[in-house]
Design a protein around this ligand. Structure first.
Ligand code: FE2
Ligand code: FE2
Ligand code: FE2
Length: 166
């Protein structure tokens, strides 16, 4: 994908802006907790701006293909992280006694596995696209299709912790 220096720079800038956008969301959360609502607002506003930069760079990279290709690429990426990346990270976190990281990695691995299944089903359903509610667990990132589960099958969070996507 990176054929020339500008493509490489676009990719570097995309990754940097995307990371900044998320980091600033974390800073906003912290500012809210510390009782600085205006600082939280500032972080959220600049996070939204960095997201715009990241998306503009991404579009120029032509990583975005047809929806069918994007579903396939997303499916492959989920399988690869849940099968190859997270198991090793979990093993090392266990070895190093980092419980927080172990749980965070485990939740992500289990959730990615379900994400992969949703993509697989979506690829099969593309011709007869059906309307279905999607709910995201805000604790672990599990995604439920259809009705809202009573508790999250990955992290046990109660249904109140789910967010329905519009
Ligand atoms: Fe930026
Ligand atoms: Fe995922
Ligand atoms: Fe969950």
């Amino acid at each position: 994908m990176a054929e020339n220096q500008t493509d490489k720079n676009l990719y570097t800038a995309f990754v940097g802006e995307a990371k900044a956008a998320l980091r600033l969301k974390g800073y906003a959360e912290k500012a809210d907790k510390e009782g600085y609502p205006q600082m939280a607002k500032l972080f959220r506003a600049i996070s939204a701006a960095e997201e715009i930069h990241a998306l503009k760079h991404l579009r120029l990279l032509k990583i975005i293909q047809t929806t069918e290709e994007n579903l396939q690429a997303s499916f492959e990426s989920e399988s690869s992280v849940s099968e190859n990346v997270y198991p090793e990270f979990i093993r090392i976190a266990e070895e190093e006694g980092n419980t927080g990281a172990r749980i965070s990695f485990s939740h992500a691995r289990d959730a990615e596995d379900f994400h992969g299944k949703l993509y697989k089903a979506a690829i099969a359903d593309m011709i007869r696209e059906q309307d279905s509610e999607l709910h995201v667990c805000t604790v672990c990132g599990y995604v439920a299709s259809g009705s809202m589960p009573d508790t999250c099958p990955v992290c046990n969070a109660a249904k109140e912790r789910f967010k329905t996507i519009d």
